[in-house]
Ligand binder design. Structure first.
Ligand code: FAD
Ligand code: DHB
Length: 391
């Protein structure tokens, strides 16, 4: 059966949902095709920190109410270095803050708003295949409940994450890929215990990196650097808490509240950029085009800035017939992506233990950390990037 819409969006992660909502607000029809169920998408525990620009975009999409009620505003972070904590005060350094509000909650708010206005999302859409985007009549074909469907559209938005079909549908020769894979991962644990501190603590320790984060005043999110080959099953709760405590300063270690994990996962660390982000009438946004290592919490925020540029371009196309925004999309998005790639790579290099860096590498890392916590200029550069560069 052939249906039609103006914009076919592949993927109902933050990028696809936010784009869908911004377009609907501007009167532009769209259909989201998602491979998994709604429950599966909501069950993935991922990012936790939103930049002000992302918060503004969620507001613009009309979905910010619960975020402002339940989200936690953070005016700084702490860096733990050789057993001592140093605060980076965003408010003082750059006059901005960030919002701690989980990706799961952002996704739920956007899904609820979409369902509330009856906008179509096809969950469990299988074999999703974009085609015809190098001409004027793109089509996305898919299987749903065993039946074959075709969705004709003006444009396709590939918001289907790193493993999605959109980027893979483009001939390899048309893409330039830049990649760095790090020799370690993050083991993350979510637990219903009070957070260690009212702000996030990023830890550089001889045993490896650790991060103390949170989702609410009663729900904590902790990460430790682990070997890339580790499996969550190797880490019973007691082993995780003990290892985390060993990486904290004594005061924090004594205050750490522990409890059964609600969720445990291992994320590999990777930097990846594929360009351009546009192929005729197919546009890539979010993780479909780029990945950052999680240090510095830029992944979800980059998905939001891509969507901002793409929504602007599509809205101008339909309102005024101008394609200037769509033509500039890839270059505008990639300019911001590369700055966040640099920052995430730098935060990762600064805070993790690299087994091959040798004694010289370790001393350079320590010198850089000491410079950072002792220099207002260096701390300002961190703060400016952490709260998010302008869209
Ligand atoms: P996604 O959230 O990946 O959404 C893509 C959607 O497309 C998914 O729902 C997927 O099911 C769907 N899809 C995929 N293929 C198809 C297909 N063929 N057909 C139809 N639908 C398809 N960032 C941080 O800032 N901090 C973190 O702590 C953090 N932790 C992370 C942990 C993990 C395990 C991962 C994978 C990512 C993490 N990130 C983190 C990154 C952040 O979550 C992503 O940058 C963000 O989800 C990007 O949003 P997106 O919408 O582009 O992609
Ligand atoms: C979280 C993840 C990050 O990568 C980060 O830098 C800060 C917070 C989190 O999941 O809470």
């Amino acid at each position: 059966m052939t249906k039609r819409t103006q914009v076919a969006i592949i993927g109902s992660g933050p990028a696809g949902l936010l784009l869908g909502q911004l377009l609907l607000k501007a009167g532009i029809d769209n259909v989201i095709l998602e491979r998994h169920t709604r429950e599966h998408v909501l069950g993935r525990i991922r990012a936790g920190v939103l930049e002000q620009g992302t918060v503004g975009l969620i507001d613009e999409a009309g979905c910010g109410r619960r975020m402002h009620r339940e989200g936690l505003i953070h005016h700084g972070i702490e860096l733990s270095l050789r057993g001592q904590r140093h605060r980076i005060d965003f408010n003082d350094l750059v006059g901005k803050s960030v919002m701690v509000y989980g990706q799961t909650e952002v996704t739920r708010d956007l899904m609820d708003a979409r369902a509330g206005i009856g906008a179509p999302t096809e969950y469990e859409a299988l074999n999703v295949t974009p085609s015809g985007y190098d001409g004027t009549q793109p089509i996305v074909s898919y299987l749903k409940d065993g039946a074959a469907h075709e969705l004709g559209c003006d444009f396709i938005a590939g918001c289907d994450g790193f493993h999605g079909v959109s980027r893979h549908s483009v001939p390899e020769s048309a893409l330039t890929v830049f990649e760095r894979v790090y020799p370690f991962g993050w083991l993350g644990v979510l637990a219903d215990v009070r957070p260690l501190s009212h702000e996030l603590i990023y830890v550089n320790h001889a045993r490896g990196f650790a991060l103390c984060s949170m989702r609410s005043p009663t729900r904590s999110r902790y990460y430790i650097q682990c070997d890339a080959s580790e499996r969550p099953g190797h880490w019973p709760d007691d082993r995780f808490w003990e290892e985390l405590r060993r990486r904290l300063d004594p005061e924090a270690g004594a205050q750490l509240a522990t409890g059964p994990s609600v969720e445990e996962s291992i994320a590999p660390l990777r930097s990846f950029v594929a360009g351009p982000m546009r192929f005729g009438r197919l546009f890539l946004a979010g993780d479909a085009a780029h990945i950052v290592p999680p240090t510095g919490a830029k992944g979800l925020n980059l998905a939001a800035s891509d969507v901002h540029y793409l929504a602007e371009g599509l809205i101008a196309h339909y309102r005024s017939g101008s394609d200037a925004g769509l033509n500039a999309y890839s270059a505008r998005a990639l300019a911001r992506v590369w700055k966040a790639e640099r920052f995430s790579w730098w935060m990762t290099s600064l805070l993790h233990k690299f087994s091959d860096s040798g004694a010289f590498g370790e001393r350079i890392q320590l010198a850089e950390l000491e410079y950072l916590v002792g220099s207002r200029a260096a701390a300002t550069a961190l703060a400016e990037n952490y709260v998010g560069l302008p869209f």
